[in-house]
Structures are given as structure tokens and as C-alpha cells.
Design a protein around this ligand. Structure first.
Ligand code: HEM
Ligand code: MYR
Length: 420
């Protein structure tokens, strides 16, 4: 209560910036922050005033659950494609913590390692076919292997003939997250089909006609009872089960970026094998450097002031994940890929935030971060130790205006041969 008037948040003066956001993509918030010389500005997105934030202090603020809520924060079109409705992403308070605890119970070190081993086994089993194929597109091949591995891990039965359909649908939910037009509608169709598929499996577990092993995600979400003894509505259980399957398949993008990083920085091919520290640094730098999840959204829960700026109740706020991972004050030479920067890194829940920041149980930080890192390490081992391959001329450009991003070619490799 100094009596100082609140400063006005630097404001983008255009009537609506939604198209500019879709055009600029990952650099939208960062470019404007650089232009205004701040880590906060306000604009209009989806016809609503929206505060955009980046940086460490902003991330710490954003993950203060007393100040921000998730209910109604995610744009409806993202719910109809990427996340579904009624899942953990949109919950607050105790309801969020109880739901999130179910996910975290699935993430024991043993369980994470089991999924990693299933992925390695799946990959080993495909190598003879890769050797014969001549040409392999890494993104779709790895996505298919991850679908098989995560379904086995989650207790989800998958008939041989189903694999391509399920993989394509899970990929379409991801690709449509920020899309308009046909790609959006493709995502909606995939979400419908996906929720129907796993909802039916939840029903079968409840009637006893399907009995997945104890502790698997299908069994746990199908049988979970809340404090009052109620099962999750079947549709919600389906949404949550898809929240395990879909993002695990999304790790295929990080596998492609791992391969791209090895291609652009071949010296690391020699450094990674047999050196767990080097491998760990490499994986962290891939997660920091490459564009994946651009921003996450919340709404102001109650009026408050921060750094001289007023945040009114109900205002939508976006935290720039990519921009924080590339913030020049947090990451010297942010546009250089340098895994060494993570040597001796003490860890910080608010600076390396490709999968969200803060706390896993009490906040919305990604439940799958351990799985992601495990699967990336497994992929790095295959790419550097188990196989050799050629990378023929192709369009490897990563378009930062396309969300989610991927090298245009999907990363094609040829002449795969096993070394181990
Ligand atoms: C949440 C990114 C993999 C499950 C999130 C969030 C991000 C993210 C940015 C939101 C953070 C926030 O809103 O504060 C990613 C990326 C992945 C990945 C880039 C790499 C492919 C996974 C995996 C799982 C998973 C493998 C598997 C279980 C979830 C869940 C949430 C979440 C359940 C919601 C958490 C909550 O609302 O409390 N993820 N994720 N993710 N992620 Fe991931
Ligand atoms: C997941 O499947 O949950 C994780 C990976 C999906 C990332 C897709 C990100 C694309 C753009 C999202 C825009 C978010 C706007 C709030």
C-alpha cells in the first residue's frame, strides 16, 4: 500500500492477435517481450484480453495455485482435440491433487523403467525390418513403436490390425492442438474415436470381461474410487487414460529432435555411449532447445498485484514455456545447442520448463516428465550404440510457425545396419 498507481501492462494495440500468434508460433511472446523490453505484456487472443508472461519470476508466479486456476483456461478447440474435457488439466484444488495423485502412482521408478524396456524391446524387434526397408521415416515409425509399448504398459489390448489406426489417431490429437480448418477436424474425429475406444475398455474392466494386470493405467483408472466411493465417470476415465497414451506417443517428436541434434552435432555421437552424465545433459538440452509445447494457460483466481502490475480476476494468462527455455538471462547463448550447459546444473523448477514448471503433485507440471526422459535416453542409446544409418538429403527445417513443430521431412534415415 505505497499509494503508487499501478503501472499499465505494456499492451499490443491490435484488436486481436490470434492470427498473428498462429503465424509467429513459438516466437510470438518472445518477440513482443524483446520489442517492449519486458517479460510481461497484454494482447487480445481469441477475442479476450490476455496477459503473456515469460521468465523465471513469471513462471514462479504462474505456478502459485492461490493466484491462478485452470478451470476454463484451456481454449475450447484445444479441449476438443488435444486434451478432452473433464480431465486433470482443467481441475483445481483438492480435486486436482486427488486426480493427479493417480497419475503419480503410476510413475514409480520400476514402472518407468518397465516402459523404457518395452520401448527398447519394440525397437530391437523392428530393426531387421528397418535393415530391409532401405528407407525409414523416424517420426511415424517411432510413434508406432511407442503406441505398442505404452499400450502394453498401460494394460490396453491392441490387436495387430489396430496399430496403425490407433497410432494415427493419437498423432492427430497432437497435431491438431493449435490447428484450424481440416487439421482441427481431423483431431476432433480422432478424439471421438479414441474416447470411444478406451471408454469401451474401461467398461469391459468394470464388468469383468477384461482383466488387465494390477497397477496398469487401464486397471487403475477403471477401478479408482474417490473419497465417497464413486468410480470416475466412464468418459472421464477414458479422457485420463488417453492422457497417458497420447503424450507418450508425442515423445516421438522428442526422439526426432534427438536424432536431429545428433545429426547437427555429431561429436556427441562419441561422447554419449557409456557416459550417463553426457547422455543426461544431451537429453536436457534437447528438451530445452527444440520447440514443442509453446505456452500453457491459466486464469487469475482473485485480484492481485505483482511487480507493480494489476491482475484482474478471470483474466486469461499465458506462460511462454518455449520463451522461458530460451530466455537470454537464464540461458547464455540460448540459440546455441550446448548440452554442456547442464553439467553440474543444480536443477530449478522454474527455468527449464518444456513440460511445465513448479511441483508435480500440487501443480500442473507434466505427469510424464520421468517417462519422457527415460524414453529419450533409450532412443539416444539406440541411435548412438545399436545402429548406424545414413541421413540422405531432405528438408530438415523446423518451422517455428507450425505448432507443434517437427522437421518437415519427419527425419528420414537410410541404410540402417545393426552394430550391437
Ligand atoms: C501436462 C508437456 C509427455 C502426461 C503437461 C504440460 C505440458 C506437458 C507443457 C502442461 C503443464 C502446465 O499446464 O502447467 C509434455 C511434453 C511431453 C509430455 C512436451 C513430451 C512428449 C507426457 C507423457 C505423459 C504426460 C509421456 C504420460 C503420462 C501429462 C499429464 C498432464 C501433462 C497427465 C496434466 C498434468 C496436470 O494438469 O496436472 N505436459 N508432456 N505428458 N502431461 Fe505432459
Ligand atoms: C500432450 O499430448 O499432452 C503433450 C504433447 C502435445 C503438445 C502439443 C502442443 C501444441 C500446441 C498447444 C497449444 C496450447 C495452447 C494453450
Amino acid at each position: 500500500a505505497t499509494g503508487d498507481p499501478m503501472a499499465t501492462i505494456p499492451t499490443d494495440r491490435s484488436p486481436d492477435s490470434t492470427l498473428a500468434f498462429l503465424r509467429a508460433g513459438y516466437r510470438f511472446i518472445g518477440q513482443r517481450c524483446d520489442r517492449y523490453g519486458t517479460d510481461i505484456f497484454q494482447t487480445r487472443l481469441l477475442l479476450e484480453p490476455t496477459i503473456c508472461l515469460r521468465g523465471r519470476a513469471a513462471a514462479e508466479l504462474f505456478y502459485d495455485a492461490d493466484r491462478f486456476a485452470r478451470e476454463g483456461a484451456m481454449p475450447a478447440r484445444g479441449q476438443r482435440t488435444l486434451t478432452g474435457r473433464g480431465g486433470v488439466q482443467g481441475l483445481d484444488g483438492d480435486a486436482h491433487r486427488d486426480r493427479k495423485a493417480i497419475y503419480l502412482s503410476l510413475m514409480t521408478p520400476t514402472a518407468v523403467r518397465r516402459l523404457g524396456q518395452l520401448f527398447t524391446d519394440e525397437w530391437q524387434a523392428r530393426l531387421p525390418a528397418w535393415e530391409l526397408a532401405g528407407t525409414v521415416t523416424l517420426h511415424t515409425e517411432v510413434a508406432s513403436m511407442l503406441t505398442r509399448a505404452v499400450c502394453a504398459w498401460a494394460g490396453v489390448p491392441l490387436a495387430g490390425g489396430e496399430l496403425d489406426r490407433r497410432t494415427a489417431d493419437l498423432l492427430a490429437m497432437i497435431a491438431s492442438a493449435a490447428a484450424i480448418g481440416p487439421r482441427h477436424w481431423r483431431g476432433r474425429l480422432s478424439r471421438h474415436r479414441g474416447e470411444y475406444w478406451v471408454g469401451d475398455l474401461v467398461g469391459q474392466v468394470r464388468t469383468g470381461s477384461l482383466s488387465p494386470p494390477g497397477g496398469t493405467a487401464l486397471r487403475v483408472f477403471a477401478e479408482h474410487r474417490d473419497g465417497d466411493g464413486h468410480l470416475l465417470p466412464r468418459r472421464i476415465a477414458a479422457v485420463e487414460l488417453l492422457n497417458v497414451l497420447r503424450p507418450t506417443v508425442a515423445v516421438a517428436r522428442f526422439v526426432v529432435f534427438t536424432a536431429l541434434a545428433l545429426h547437427d552435432h555429431p561429436a556427441w555421437r562419441q561422447r554419449v555411449p557409456g557416459d550417463a552424465d553426457a547422455a543426461g545433459q544431451f537429453v536436457q538440452e534437447v528438451r530445452r532447445y527444440y520447440p514443442f509445447f509453446p505456452v500453457t494457460a491459466a486464469r487469475v483466481r482473485r485480484d492481485f498485484d505483482w511487480q507493480g502490475y494489476h491482475f484482474p480476476r478471470g483474466r486469461r494468462v499465458l506462460l511462454d514455456l518455449y520463451g522461458t527455455d530460451h530466455h537470454p538471462e537464464l540461458w547464455p547463448e540460448p540459440e546455441r545447442f550446448r548440452p554442456e550447459r547442464f553439467a553440474g546444473w543444480p536443477g530449478d523448477p522454474y527455468t527449464l520448463i518444456p513440460q511445465g514448471g513448479g511441483d508435480h503433485l500440487h501443480g500442473h507440471r507434466c505427469a510424464g516428465e520421468w517417462i519422457t526422459i527415460e524414453l529419450m535416453k533409450r532412443a539416444l542409446a539406440v541411435l548412438t550404440e545399436f545402429i548406424r544409418y545414413d541421413v540422405p538429403p531432405q528438408d530438415l527445417a523446423v518451422d517455428l510457425s507450425r505448432m507443434p513443430a517437427l522437421p518437415a521431412s519427419g527425419f528420414v534415415i537410410t541404410a540402417v545396419r545393426r552394430t550391437g
